[in-house]
Design a binder for this molecule. Structure first.
Ligand SMILES: C[S@@+](CC[C@H](N)C(=O)[O-])C[C@H]1O[C@@H](n2cnc3c(N)ncnc32)[C@H](O)[C@@H]1O
Length: 236
C-alpha cells in the first residue's frame, strides 16, 4: 500500500515546524497510506491532519469535528502553518456531508469503538455507495470486539494492525480497505485482532499479558472471554 509505517518524527518542512505527535498518533500516522485526501474525523487539535499535509502523505485534508471549539482549534493550526489552501474544516457529525472517494483515507482516532461504528454505519446508510478501495485507519479506545465485528460484517478488509504504547497505556490501530465482501473471523480474533495474533507486531508480548488480565476480569461475566482464556497459550 506504500508509505505505511513511516517513522512519524516532527522536524521542519519548508521552514515550518511540523507538529509533534504523541506516540499513539505516531502509530496512527504510520498506518496512513499515501492518498489523495485524509479525512480526520474528530480532529480536535488538528495535529494529525497538519502532519499528513506537511509530510506529504496526502494532497489535501478534510477535518471534521462535532463541536465548534475543536474545529476552530484545527482551523487555527492549519492557518498558522500555511495549510489553509489544502484543507477544509467542517463542524459535522462524523462523515455527514462528506463525499467519499476511492483515493481517501478516513481516520477516526481517540474515540470509543461504539462511536466509531455509529459514524461508519451512518455513512454507509447516508451515502449511495462506499467506494471500493477506500481506506480507514481506526484507533478505537475500547470495544474492539464490536469494531472488528462491524468491519467484517460490512466488507472492510483488515490489512494491518499495530499496537502503540503511550505513557504506559496500550492502543490498537487498524488499517482497513473497503472491498464490499463480508467475511468471518473467530471470537478470539474479534477480541484480540486477526493480524495482531498472526503477525505479533511490536509490543505483542506485553499487550497480550495486559489483555490476559483484562480478559480475566471480563471472564467472570462473559463466557466468550472465559473460553478464550482457557486456550490462552494457543495465541502466544
Ligand atoms: C478525544 S478527541 C480525539 C482527537 C484526535 N482524533 C486524537 O486522536 O487525538 C475526540 C474528538 O472527537 C470529536 N467527536 C466526538 N464525536 C464525534 C463525532 N460523532 N463526529 C465528529 N467529531 C466527534 C470530539 O469533539 C473531540 O474533539
Amino acid at each position: 500500500m506504500g508509505n505505511t509505517d513511516v517513522v512519524a518524527l516532527g522536524g521542519r518542512e519548508e521552514g515550518r515546524a511540523v507538529p509533534d505527535l504523541p506516540l499513539r498518533l505516531q502509530t496512527v500516522a504510520g498506518l496512513i497510506p499515501s492518498c489523495g485526501t485524509v479525512v480526520d474525523v474528530g480532529s480536535d487539535h488538528g495535529k494529525l491532519g497538519a502532519w499528513c499535509l506537511m509530510k506529504k502523505v496526502c494532497k489535501s485534508v478534510i477535518a471534521t469535528d462535532i463541536h465548534a471549539l475543536p474545529a476552530r482549534r484545527t482551523e487555527e493550526l492549519f492557518t498558522s502553518l500555511g495549510l489553509s489552501g489544502k484543507s477544509s474544516v467542517q463542524v459535522t457529525d462524523g462523515l455527514c456531508g462528506i463525499a467519499l472517494k476511492e483515493d481517501m483515507t478516513i481516520v477516526i482516532a481517540g474515540m470509543g469503538g461504539l462511536e466509531v461504528c455509529k459514524i461508519l454505519r451512518s455513512a454507509m446508510a447516508e451515502k449511495e455507495e462506499i467506494p471500493s478501495g477506500m481506506k480507514l485507519v481506526l484507533q478505537p479506545q475500547r470495544s474492539f470486539y464490536e469494531v472488528r465485528s462491524f468491519l467484517c460484517e460490512s466488507g472492510f478488509s483488515i490489512r494491518k494492525e499495530r499496537i502503540a504504547k503511550d505513557r504506559g497505556r496500550y492502543y490498537v490501530v487498524i488499517l482497513c480497505e473497503f472491498t464490499g465482501k463480508t467475511y468471518e473471523i473467530s471470537e478470539p480474533e474479534r477480541f484480540l485482532g486477526p493480524l495482531i495474533l498472526k503477525e505479533k507486531p511490536e509490543y505483542f508480548d506485553e499487550y497480550m499479558a495486559h489483555q490476559k488480565e483484562v480478559m480475566g476480569k471480563r471472564a467472570l461475566g462473559d463466557p466468550r472471554c472465559a473460553a478464550i482464556l482457557n486456550d490462552w497459550e494457543k495465541w502466544l
